[in-house]
Ligand binder design. Sequence first.
Ligand code: ZN
Length: 343
Amino acid sequence: MLPVFINLAATHQPCDVIDAFCGYNPNRAKIGPGIFADWCMTLQSENSVKGRTTGHSGSSRALATLASDARVVADFVAQHGPVLVLTGAGISTASGIPEYRDIDGNWKHAKPVQYKDFIESAEVYQRYWARSAVGWKTMGRARPNAGHYALAELEQRGHVSHLITQNVDRLHAQAQHQNVVDLHGNLSTASCLSCSNTLARESLQQEMEAQNPNWFASVPQTTTEQKPDGDAWIAARATKHFLPPRCPTCGGKLKPDVVFFGEGIPQRIISAALRAQEQAGALLVVGSSLIVFSGFRIVRDFCARQLPVIIINQGKTRADDLPVRKIVHDANELLPLTASLTQ
Ligand SMILES: [Zn+2]
């Protein structure tokens, strides 16, 4: 086995943790296991060189911390589950979708389009759809990562009752997670603001490309500034030549079925989220700074009811001063190991 870990985290039986991880299915979990496998190889190499001494390196410390934290989360869901899970942009970064904010909670990009501007300004409407048409190249290709699959596995095993996500990328659904509440809607469809006609976003993309062949040919299709809502930066002058989509039924404006900044969350979504909150006795937050009030409110509700909360996030969160257990780790590494430790 790996005595290095016994010395570092004896109370959490890390040898079992490492064995559990090394048995994790790498074909399904595309991101985390490669990292863990590298660590396993490093540690095995260290042990063979050191003759199983008690010395340890930075990587072994990191893995011991990871093993310990994964055990904490596994025990949490086993003891308090089925838990409610709340996810934010941090869980999707390993799928190539960037976060809005840095680890200090500050904006990484220019602020997103506001609902009022989208509705009232023809220029903002045109610019939004031009940038979305480019951003979709990334969003449409994104696939679930090890973190999404691990949460789906925890749900299958009865440890997760519902999952509320602030993300609009639909990656939890793609990972076969069943009980998902898209708190801010999702990008897979768009609806007419006049007649409520709903269109699949993928077919809308094809329509926009058919209507703007020269524009797509002249605008760079990759960008260094991609946002989690599917927006992408392109030069303002380029957006002026884009023909934005219109409803094929009535000619009205189309809006993606996401909740814009400055827009209220639909009542049916609020009701679904409240039901999910009421049914759970504990909350696991994954990859969210909780800056947006709709997410923070859920944490505050659990704290007010004196129910246990764990937050897995690599940066500051708005709830850091509340009575929660904070785990500073990459969820895409931690969750697959957590799933491996549960029954
Ligand atoms: Zn319409």
